[in-house]
Design a protein around this ligand. Structure first.
Ligand SMILES: Cc1cc2nc3c(=O)[nH]c(=O)nc-3n(C[C@H](O)[C@H](O)[C@H](O)COP(=O)(O)O)c2cc1C
Length: 138
């Protein structure tokens, strides 16, 4: 028996990461939560790039809308994101600011046009470390 509960937290704008997250949810029988910023990103690409780039360059961590489920019940947390400018989007930083991931096993996954997940792992590792969580890369 495996009693470890798994939560999949993901951010996705155009649906690619959402699709991967939902596949994982089925495979792992996990719970799932979609991160959304309180102020939605612009619908048009230029607008999105302007806002996203400003967040990245100024290290702005956008406020997360709504409330995640109580993280105390989960031992493993998958965190999924689209790769933006070879990095996780800043809302992933917000997740670590706004929620307590202490002691969790964190398994990152990502979608991109071409940049590999590996390019984002130093940043994810630093986030996990400051949360006293363990980053697991399979
Ligand atoms: C603002 C922005 C920046 C991006 N930067 C990269 C990048 O550095 N490398 C890459 O391979 N893809 C990049 N992409 C493509 C996305 O990572 C890719 O389309 C991803 O699958 C989108 O996921 P989503 O549908 O879950 O939002 C970028 C897309 C956007 C909108």
């Amino acid at each position: 028996m495996n009693n470890e509960k798994i939560l999949i937290i993901y951010f996705s704008l155009s649906g690619n990461t959402a699709r991967v997250a939902k596949k994982l949810q089925k495979q792992l029988h996990a719970d799932i939560y979609r991160l959304q910023p309180t102020t939605p990103y612009p619908d048009d690409y230029e607008g999105l790039v302007a806002v996203g780039e400003r967040e990245k360059d100024q290290a702005i961590h956008p406020q997360i809308a709504g409330q995640l489920p109580d993280l105390a019940q989960y031992t493993e947390v998958y965190i999924g994101y689209p790769i933006w400018w070879s990095r996780p989007p800043m809302i992933i930083h917000s997740l670590f600011d706004q929620y307590d991931l202490t002691g969790k096993k964190i398994i990152p996954f990502a979608t991109s046009a071409s940049t590999p997940l590996a390019d984002t792992l130093a940043e994810m590792s630093a986030l996990a470390k400051s949360a006293r969580a363990t980053l697991i890369t399979k």
